[in-house]
Design a protein around this ligand. Structure first.
Ligand code: ADE
Length: 269
């Protein structure tokens, strides 16, 4: 089988990244030949007996900066092996990584992932050797390696054939802009809690409807920001309107109960 996607991870800590390919779905993807992952030690491209990869910043200040020469040589070597690959620098200054970007990257032939350490990499590398910068969130890690593994993990599972069920990725959270519905497995009672009846009913149309509805409501409750940016289908609009009506009815009934319980208050008010 031709390799669908090649990754090269450029790092001064190759031993941190190597085990990533040894487990679960990623391992299967590599073993099946769909994915190749090479971990490149930037130090091997550094000059001198000590193979130094960092230096003090021009202009002073704290921390060290990754020297440009070893990085440039490592990127060039990786690109020679993977001429069609996109070179990505993992940095908190990059484009926020999300499922859309993962889908976009999954269409690439290869990714050269440049992992910075210390205060960062020399700016001339960012300008001349990098096609894209990606951040995995608004926090600062000690290096880009974890970010590179996050990106690879999210991308690899989108490559056709890497997941057990071909349709699993299609039902993911975020796939159609919603969080995924809840999941249940045996036993049907666990520490006093059951499973929604409909999931035991065997009625697949009803199960589909329940999943669609709970995905929508769950997204509204947990991540309303996702819904705000996404057009609703007619079916989804109908679900939300029904919930609105149910909530209004409930509030109405509560108000009536209150009025029944304290008629005096009403007269005074
Ligand atoms: N390197 C350090 N912090 C990072 C982040 N949040 N995302 C990507 N790379 C990083």
């Amino acid at each position: 089988m031709p390799v669908a996607m090649k990754f090269a991870v450029l790092t001064i800590f190759p031993e941190m990244v190597a085990p990533f390919a040894a487990h679960g779905i990623v391992r299967r993807a590599v073993e099946s030949g769909r994915v190749s992952i090479s971990v490149v030690d930037i130090r091997e491209f550094a000059a001198g007996r000590h193979r130094v990869t960092d230096d003090r910043p021009y202009g002073g200040g704290c921390g060290m900066v990754m020297k440009p020469e070893p990085l440039a040589a490592a990127v060039r070597a990786a690109r020679r092996q993977m001429p069609e690959a996109l070179t990505v620098h993992l940095t908190p200054q990059g484009r926020p990584f999300d499922q859309d970007l993962a889908r976009q990257l999954a269409r690439e032939k290869g990714l050269v992932l440049v992992c910075g350490r210390y205060e960062g990499v020399d700016e001339r590398i960012c300008q001349d050797f990098v096609d894209a910068e990606i951040s995995i969130g608004d926090y600062v890690l000690t290096g880009g390696e974890l970010a590179a593994m996050v990106v690879m993990d999210a991308v690899i599972r989108l490559i056709p054939g890497t997941l057990g069920h071909e349709d699993s990725a299609e039902q993911d959270s975020f796939c159609d802009g919603l969080l995924e519905h809840g999941h249940y497995t045996r036993p049907s009672r666990f520490e006093g809690h059951g499973v929604p009846e409909v999931l035991l009913s065997g009625n697949h149309a009803e199960i589909r409807r329940w999943r669609q509805e709970t995905a929508l409501i769950r997204t509204f409750l947990k991540r309303p920001d996702l819904l705000a940016q996404r057009p609703l289908s007619d079916a989804e609009t109908a679900i939300l309107k029904r919930w609105c009506r149910d909530i209004e009815r409930l509030l109405q009934r509560q108000a009536e109960h209150r009025a029944d319980a304290s008629p005096g208050d009403q007269q005074e008010g």
